[in-house]
Design a protein around this ligand. Structure first.
Ligand SMILES: NC(=O)C1=CN([C@@H]2O[C@H](COP(=O)(O)OP(=O)(O)OC[C@H]3O[C@@H](n4cnc5c(N)ncnc54)[C@H](OP(=O)(O)O)[C@@H]3O)[C@@H](O)[C@H]2O)C=CC1
Ligand SMILES: N[C@@H](CC=O)C(=O)O
Length: 337
């Protein structure tokens, strides 16, 4: 049977973008079999055409002009892995309003503009998926939106930032300095372009705002999240906790309190035997407490090139297998006929 081809526009070719290109190459045959489409990257938006990349790509694919993607009617899916929320919001919005499905790893964008972007996606009957935006490879967004949709979620709690967990793990297990551990996390591709977002707790706050909004069916503004980061955590604090059989972790928490939802991010001391105390390196873990379910915990890599790419490509598969994509294809065929 002849395979149909779907053309994708990729915004960004940094840590995550490179992982996406690698994964689409490595798994092209399996993906084509699973979703029925050959996936072709049509254009890639970057800032610097001459930069050395983590993956080899045909230079002709690279562009600095986003119009090469927005104005290309053959591109049906846009993958946004460039970050930011000003210009990026406008690009994503225009993509959705012109009938392109969008997949993004950008928690900044979704925490601030998720409701508006969802509205735009719904108005055009296209998908907006962002599994990679929260807890990297862990499929927490889909689980909360779909698997636990029939339940009443009371609380979501966990470690949702890989960089800070890496830093605290290194300080605890290897007596590393905060500065050295942060530098390593940056070199490994875990940290945000501005790592202050990680260490200040802002990145975790964005993710908790998203998790609270989707699990408790009430938009939680980022500004309502109380946050404290790990900048004030010293080697002495870590050693003192250790001497008492405790571990310091940056914990995000979203709780329904009567009619309101309380969301916070702060460093906490946990007993060494607590399951979250054993989550180390760039791993994340998220607990969900719901009426019928009781409790469930999801665990996996929260940051890094390939784990994040895995979530992005999973979303791409979901788009291509979905009803909305099929509906768009039928419309295209009808217009050609
Ligand atoms: N790194 C990780 O582990 C994870 C990251 N994320 C999210 O994924 C997104 C990407 O992260 P990451 O890959 O680490 O970031 P990088 O900084 O490594 O890559 C960003 C890419 O986007 C391009 N880019 C950025 N701004 C522009 C612009 N204005 N115009 C054109 N191109 C632009 C850059 O181009 P150039 O290379 O030319 O500079 C670069 O290729 C972010 O939203 C991040 O929060 C989500 C989960 C995990
Ligand atoms: N900087 C983030 C990347 C993934 O979301 C993190 O460290 O968790």
């Amino acid at each position: 049977m002849e395979r149909r081809v779907v053309k994708v526009g990729l915004l960004g070719l940094g840590t995550v973008g490179s992982g996406v290109v690698k994964m689409l190459r490595q798994n092209s045959e399996e993906l084509a079999q699973k979703c029925g489409y050959e996936i072709e990257i049509q254009r890639i938006l970057v800032r610097d055409l001459d930069k050395k990349r983590g993956v080899e790509v045909d230079r002709a694919l690279l562009t600095r002009d986003v119009r090469d993607i927005l104005d290309d009617a053959n591109i049906q899916v846009v993958i946004e892995v460039m970050g930011g929320e000003g210009e990026t919001r406008d690009i994503v919005l225009e993509s959705l309003l012109s009938g392109k499905h969008v997949i993004t790893a950008n928690k900044d964008l979704i925490a601030l503009h998720g409701a508006h972007l969802h509205h735009a996606a719904d108005s055009q009957n296209v998908e907006l998926l962002y599994e990679a935006a929260v807890a990297g490879a862990i499929p927490i967004v889909r689980v909360l939106k779909q698997s636990f949709a029939g339940d009443n979620v009371r609380e979501v709690m966990g470690i949702v930032n890989g960089t800070t967990n890496y830093i605290l793990s290194k300080m605890t297990q290897e007596n590393a300095s905060y500065e050295d551990a942060l530098r390593e996390a940056q070199a490994l591709g875990y940290a945000e372009a501005d790592p202050h977002a990680d260490v200040s707790g802002l990145d975790a706050a964005r993710k908790m705002a998203i998790l609270a909004s989707i699990s408790m069916r009430q938009a939680v503004p980022l500004a309502d999240v109380k946050l404290q980061g790990i900048e004030g955590v010293t080697s002495e604090d870590v050693a003192e906790a250790k001497a008492l059989g405790q571990v310091i972790k940056l914990i995000g928490r979203a709780r329904r309190e009567g009619d309101s939802i309380e969301v916070s991010v702060s460093p906490m001391r946990l007993p060494e035997e607590h399951p979250l105390a054993k989550v180390n390196d760039s791993f994340n873990a998220v607990y969900v407490y719901a009426d019928a379910l009781g409790e469930a915990m999801l665990y996996g890599r929260g940051a890094g090139e390939m784990p994040t790419a895995s979530a992005v490509v999973g979303d791409l598969h979901a788009v291509l297998r979905g009803r909305k994509f099929a509906a768009g294809q039928l419309e295209l065929i009808a217009r050609w006929a």
